[in-house]
Design a protein around this ligand. Sequence first.
Ligand code: PMP
Length: 399
Amino acid sequence: LIYLDHHATTPCDRRVAAVVQRMLLEDYGNASSQHRFGQSAADAVHSAAETIAQALAAQATELVFTSGATESNSLALLGVCQHPRQKRRKIVTAVTEHPAVLDPIRRLEADGFVVERIAPYPQSDPNVGQVDEEAILNAIDDQTAVVSVMLANNEIGTIQPLRRVAEKCHQVGALLHCDATQAVGRIPVSVVDLDVDLLSASAHKFYGPKGVGLLYIRQTGRRVRIRPQIEGGGQQRGLRSGTLNVPGIVGMGEALKWAVEEMDTATLRIAGLRQRLWDRLKSGIPELVLNGPSIADANTSISPTDSVLRRLHGNLNVMFPRVEGEALMTTVPTVACSSGSACSSVDPAPSHVLMAIGCNESQARSSLRFGIGRPTTEQQTDEAADRLLDAFHRLRQMV
Ligand code: PMP
């Protein structure tokens, strides 16, 4: 079995699992309890918060721990828009966002918010997948409560520059939320450099445990008012009640520490494997099409360094001409990747991201997403490519 689906999730790093296990078995106090067990758990959470804050250039008090990025996105978007003192009634976002952003926004729209969804540049543009900058800058105005744009796309890996969007938001007093779930732990993320007000992340995307994530809420300068979505014991300054997931939070801190420490070497190695996978597939199927931002290729002038600035280094999304992605996946059950449709394979619709960059329905259905990760080896990428090529040629003979 070869795992090439690191955008869906990553395995927990063994060093992280060891720390989580210790918290589960030995340091199991409730971080709100007064006694020593509670104090020890609270100290561990505090220290994880410091590590995470430092990695993101935030303050520990600006972090709220959640069950993952889905909850963080809801807390950010519903929290800002449903605050009783929120007077603005407009939301600006991108067509290519994850459902965890699109769905809460759809709910707000049903409640009366006006929503503008900005399309990305198409496949023919060098900035394919990024939101159309002029369009988004024009859409943001003094009625805009929040703008939500992701940092790295989970399907085609596009890395979104946010500087001008942040500038415009702050000129007109709108808040900027960024779903950085695919970016945190993979590329450098600084809330200061990005100048965002809210930022979501999930630990299982950077070799931490599942079911734990964070929302950064800016505390310096502009006031960010959030209406809590989960109420109860008043933990986390009342913003997110519920007993803290101490093992998860501590595991997330440990995972982010390693991800940051090993980022440079991992990036180079993974980008090399991505290139290797693409080259091998392309040499077996000359009509193969790359969906999303260019990577180095005989036909492009993109250097390997350029390609990791525009596209997540582990991401490869390819269209197999005249073969359904789903069919390829079932023919090669030993290679774990993902069909074009979003992270949730519950949704049988063709990928809204691929359609937004100009694929037609059949092209979107012929596409597969690969996510190379830290544990992936050269041998695995070669083997995966060979199995896919073999299946592709067999399927093509059948049609
Ligand atoms: N946003 C993006 C961009 C994602 O890729 C994901 C995970 N597929 C999420 C949000 C949701 O994360 P989680 O499932 O951990 O809540």
